[in-house]
Every structure is written in C-alpha cells, then in structure tokens.
Write a protein that binds this ligand. Sequence first.
Ligand code: GAP
Length: 459
Amino acid sequence: MEKVTMDSLVSLCKRRGFVFPSSEIYGGFAAIYDYGPYGVELASNIKAEWWRHMVQFRDDIVGLDSSIFTHPKVWEASGHVKGFSDPLTECKNCHVRSRVDHLLEEVGIQADEKMSESMINELFAENLDKITCPKCGKNKFTEVKKFNLLVQTNLGNFTGDWTKDPTYLRGETCQGIYINFKNVLDSTRVKVPFGIAQIGKAFRNEITARQFIFRKREFEQMEMQYFVHPKKDMEEYEKWREYRFQYYVDLGIKKENLRWHKHENLVFYAKEAYDIEYHFPFGFKELEGIHARGNYDLTQHSTHSGKDLSYIDPVSQEKYIPHVVETSAGVDRNFLMCLSDAYNEEIVNDETRVVLKFNPRLSPIKVAVLPLSKKEPILKYAEPLAMDLRKLYRSEYDETQSIGKRYRRQDEIGTPFCITIDFETENDKKVTIRERDSMQQDRIALDQVSTYLHDKLGF
Ligand code: GAP
C-alpha cells in the first residue's frame, strides 16, 4: 500500500484507544497526549525491548531511574538555563508563534535544529521574502528571539516570586545519569568502558504543537551514556552507531524507512552527531540521536559541584574524565514509527482490512480467545483456555459480535494470534488458531496451544 497518512494513524489511535488528546473534555491541551489502554501496552513493550537490548543483553551497561526534579544548579552546569532555546518569531498579523527553523524548512531550506542562533537569524533574514505565516499566510514577522525550552516550576519555593528562583522539570534524562556517575562507579563493579541507561519523562516548552505525538511538551526518552577512555571515543562511537541502527532493523522496521542524518553544525564540545531518521508520513525526521559529547558534561558538573568526577583506571592508575557516547531515543517517536511502519490496508472479500503488522513483541495483545458461541459446550473450553493464556501473555477474551468483526478488531490492534473455539472442540478437543498477517488457520489440540504459541512467537 501507499505510505500511510497521518489522518489514518490519528483516527486509528483514537478509535482503538492507542492515543487520546490530553484533557479532551476541556478542549484538549496543546502538545500533550495520553496513552489509552492499547497505547500504554505498546509504549511499555517499546521500552521493554529497548531495555532488553541496552541493559539485559549487555554486561557493560547498568540501569538508573533518576528523579524528574533535580537541583536547579544541574541545569546551569549543563548549559540549559542559558542555551537550551529555539529561535522564535511571531506573525505580526495573527500573532501565531513559529519556530524559525521550521518556517525555513517549509520553503526548502534545511535549518539544522542544532545551528547557532546567529546562523539561523542570518538564514531567516536572507529568505524572509519567501516565508509566510502557516496560519494566515501573511509575511510580516517580529524579530527572531531565543525562547528557552526549560519548563519552570515552583517546587519547594513557598514565598515570593518563584519565577526569580525557579526549579525545572528535566529537559532531558541524561543529566540524571551524569550527576549519578560517581554513585554508580562507587556502588557497582563497572569499569570504563561502561554505560548507564535510563528511561523517563522529559519536558520542554516546545514552541509549536504539531505532528501529533512527534513533538510533545511532555515526552519520554530512552537514553544511554557510554563512558569511555578519551582516546577510544570515536571507535566506540562507530560501534554504537552500528548497534543502534541494527536495533531498529531487527525490530522489524523496514530498512528503506530508516536513514542517517549527519549534523554539520555541532555545539562546540561535540565531536560528531548523527541522527537516525525515520520516514514518517510527513517525511524523514529524527527518531534518535547518537552523539560523541566529549567530556563536556562530566567536566561541567565537576566544576559546578566542586566534586571530582574523574575516573582512575584500576590497572594503569591513569586518571581522566571519561568521554561520553550518547544514544538518545524518544519513546513517543518510536511509538509513532512502530504504528506507521506496521499499518497496512488490504482488500479482503471486497472489504478493507486495516491491520497493524507489528513485531509480536510490540503487539499490545499477543493472543485473543474468541468463542464462536456463548453456549455451554463452547464456554466450558473457552474460559479456562483464556485463563491459562492470561498467565503467559497479555491476552483478551471477546465473545461479542460476529467472528468477522472480532477478527477485524484484533487486526486493527495488531494481535498476532486469534483462537476460536467452536462446536467441534467438544468432539476433537482442538481449537482453530488464526495468524494475523497470512490469515492462515491451524487446527491445534487444546493441550498444545501454549507450546504452539511459544514456538510461533519465540517467547
Ligand atoms: N540528551 C540528548 C537529547 O535530549 P535531543 O535530540 O534533544 O537530544 C533526543 O532529544 C530524542 O528525544 C530525539 O531524537 C527524540 O526522539 C526525542 N525528543 C526530543 N524532543 C521531543 C519532543 N518534544 N517530543 C517527543 N520526542 C522528543
């Protein structure tokens, strides 16, 4: 089929309970979304897969769950208070605010999101005559301003004007990793090279709310910081680029929908930065960043906290501040990618079948038990089977509507196997198992169902 449209994805997400606009009964809340019953399962499976590959399969990476609130000095040291901003302009006619790099992109000018402020300003000035407001179409804009993305809070501040002395919701999860570097080093048996991985929420005051869950103000990151000897950083960097790209291919994402984007405009401390981009319905966009960050972050936190964050090699006794290779992926962008890649429309018996051909590990529901009647000779097999399967897999039991409708419902949420129990079951003690993608059906003995599923699913 042709590439799926955003309209089809958004509609499926709402119809089948994957994603809801947040606070919808109050008119919604821009760039904030809630995951519904199937969405929470998909997101949780995406995180579990990442954790399996980044922590469980490796003996050089440990996990962490640092807090969302941190000392405000963390964000001063990291450079976020001064420099974590996007270029903003406002339409003088309708007052809609836009990100300048996005306006430039609309007229075909690649404005790298990591470009310096002055470069973006220059590009904007040069191309101003071509640029129009996305809302009213006029071309009168205010001067470009820097807009800081950190979300401020009044946590722990009970007096006066807290905006003068704010705390912040974290803008990225990796700062929690840096400030725990020494704790992990002192409390575990890790040795350089090693990594610390964490999954968690991050918050940014994104200027524009668009492209559904691609750009949210509250989102989730899966980040890993790999600490290496300063002379080994680029060697490790290349390994990580390969590992992370292959991860998506092994997850079943179509290779032609993935590509590399090299950042030409790097922040002063970075040695190299590549994005893995995915071909979303609105074009190739960043899915994950892989960055060689030098020793900037640990050095900054050492200087600002006054605590020595260097490492002493246990064999050579060499003392140094490790360099960092970072892999940073968004849960929400992975979510949108998985939906987009799995979405298929097929004509079956003159009707359109919408089916999500997920890797079964990602499927919200692994198996659905569908009795063909609510009568006793069927229920006596269906209910115990459903109970047994529930202990093994996230499963569903559904006895409503026609079997055709029930199959369609499971196809639309990407359930790899549906099991029907019919009147024959009483005689042959067998059930029919239908596979999602081929729609092929196998007749399997009741006592072989779990072995069959285990063999087919591979888990
Ligand atoms: N620690 C590095 C860092 O945060 P980033 O490129 O700003 O780098 C990393 O973000 C990843 O986080 C992105 O590749 C993307 O997947 C995700 N991400 C960033 N901003 C996001 C947003 N507003 N909504 C959803 N995901 C976002």
